[in-house]
Design a protein around this ligand. Structure first.
Ligand code: HEC
Ligand SMILES: [Cu+2]
Length: 330
C-alpha cells in the first residue's frame, strides 16, 4: 500500500510542477500588466475564492444533514432551507457577480473612448497574424507575427479573420476576443510599462492552431514612434545580393512582400523588416540565421500543413545566403 502511494506521488508531483510552470512568465493571465488584465484577474480571484467558500459551506451542510444532530437535520430538510439556500442565495450571489462582471467588461469600453489610441489592425490567417499599423495621416504599414505598442497609451486593436474563426489572446494585457470572418471586433487595453509578452490563438482553427502564437512588445512612447517610422521605410539595400536574387528567382516574392524590391506578394507574412522581429513562423522559432535556414528547408515538418509551399531542394550554401539576406532585413 505504502509503495503504491509512493509510486503515485511522483507522477502527481511532476504533473503539479508542470501545471504550475504555466502560471508564471510571459503568457500568464495572472501577470496583470495593464488596467484591463488586472481587473480580469481580480474578477477571477473573487470567483475562485467565492467558489471555494461556497463548496466548503455546502460540504459542511451535507455532512450535518447526513450525520448531524436530529434538530439540525430536521431544520435542513424543511421548506425554508430550500427557499433560502436553493433560490434566494444563488439568485443574489449570481446577480452581484453578473453586475460586477459587466463593470469589468466596461473597463475596456471606457478605454475605447480615450483620445488618440494607437490603432492597429490584426488579421488572423491560417496559421499566422497579419499586423497593420494605422498612421495618423491615414497611411498604413504592414508587418506580421509581432505586435508593437506604446506603453502607457491606450491601444485599439481591430480584429478580423481571413479564413476561419481565430481568437486573439494576449493574457498579460487583456481578455481574449474572437476574430470572425466578415465581422470586425475591437479590443482595447493599456500596457503599464515596456516589456515583452506572448500571445496565442485561442480558438481551434485547424491543424497548426497550437503553433499560432506571437509576441507583443510594449515600448516607451518615443522608442515606439522611432520604431514605427523605421518600420514604415522600405527595406535597406541588401548586403547579401546573392540571397536577394535567390529570393526573387525562387518565386518567394509571389507570396511575400519586401518593400523596395520586386517582391510584392500578399499571401504570406510581410518580410520587409523580418530580421528585426523576435520570432519566426508565428512565435515558434527564435529569429536567428539558423532558424531561417530551418524554416525554409523544413517548415512543413516544423509546422505541418502550413500554407507555404515546400522548398526542400536548396543546397546548404543557397540556404545560407537566403538566411543571411532575410536576417539582414532589419
Ligand atoms: C505559396 C506562397 C508562399 C511562397 C511561394 C513562399 N512562402 Fe514563405 N510563407 C508563406 C506563408 C503562408 C507563411 C506563413 C506560414 C505560417 O506561419 O503558417 C510563410 C512564412 C514564411 C516565413 C516566416 C515569416 C514570419 O513572419 O515568421 C519566412 C521567413 C518565409 N516564409 C520565407 C520564404 C522564402 C525564403 C520563400 C522562397 C524560397 C518563401 N517563403 C516562399 C507563403 C509562401
Ligand atoms: Cu487557432
Amino acid at each position: 500500500m505504502k509503495t503504491a502511494v509512493f509510486r503515485l506521488s511522483i507522477p502527481c508531483f511532476l504533473l503539479l510542477v508542470v501545471t504550475l510552470a504555466g502560471c508564471g512568465g510571459e503568457q500568464s493571465a495572472f501577470a496583470g500588466l495593464g488596467p484591463v488584465s488586472s481587473r480580469i484577474s481580480l474578477l477571477m480571484w473573487i470567483m475562485f475564492v467565492a467558489a471555494v467558500l461556497i463548496t466548503v459551506f455546502i460540504g459542511l451542510l451535507l455532512c450535518v444533514s447526513i450525520a448531524g444532530p436530529a434538530g439540525w437535520r430536521e431544520r435542513l430538510s424543511g421548506e425554508k432551507s430550500i427557499v433560502w439556500g436553493g433560490i434566494v442565495f444563488p439568485a443574489a450571489t449570481l446577480s452581484v457577480l453578473l453586475i460586477y462582471g459587466f463593470s469589468v467588461l466596461r473597463a475596456g469600453e471606457t478605454l475605447s473612448r480615450a483620445q488618440d489610441p494607437a490603432r492597429i489592425l490584426v488579421v488572423g490567417e491560417q496559421w499566422w497574424w497579419r499586423v497593420v499599423y494605422r498612421h495618423a495621416d491615414g497611411r498604413t504599414t504592414e508587418s506580421a507575427n509581432e505586435v508593437r505598442i506604446p506603453a502607457g497609451r491606450p491601444v485599439e486593436i481591430e480584429l478580423l479573420s481571413a479564413d476561419v474563426i481565430h481568437s486573439f489572446w494576449l493574457p498579460a494585457y487583456a481578455g481574449k476576443v474572437d476574430m470572425i470572418p466578415g465581422h470586425a471586433n475591437k479590443l482595447h487595453f493599456i500596457a503599464d510599462k515596456p516589456g515583452i509578452v506572448r500571445g496565442q490563438c485561442a480558438e481551434y482553427c485547424g491543424g497548426a492552431h497550437a503553433l499560432m502564437a506571437f509576441y507583443a512588445v510594449a515600448m516607451a512612447p518615443a522608442d515606439y514612434e522611432a520604431w514605427l517610422s523605421k518600420e514604415q521605410s522600405d527595406a535597406r539595400p541588401a548586403h547579401e545580393k546573392e540571397g536577394e536574387q535567390l529570393f526573387i528567382d525562387s518565386g518567394c516574392g509571389g507570396c511575400h512582400t519586401v518593400r523596395g524590391t520586386k517582391a510584392d506578394g500578399k499571401i504570406g507574412p510581410e518580410l520587409t523588416h523580418v530580421g528585426s522581429r523576435l520570432s519566426l513562423g508565428a512565435g515558434i522559432l527564435p529569429n536567428t540565421p539558423e532558424s531561417f535556414m530551418q524554416w525554409i528547408s523544413r517548415h512543413q515538418t516544423l509546422k505541418p500543413d502550413n500554407l507555404m509551399l515546400p522548398f526542400d531542394f536548396f543546397s546548404e550554401s543557397e540556404l545560407r545566403s537566403l538566411a543571411t539576406y532575410l536576417n539582414g532585413l532589419e
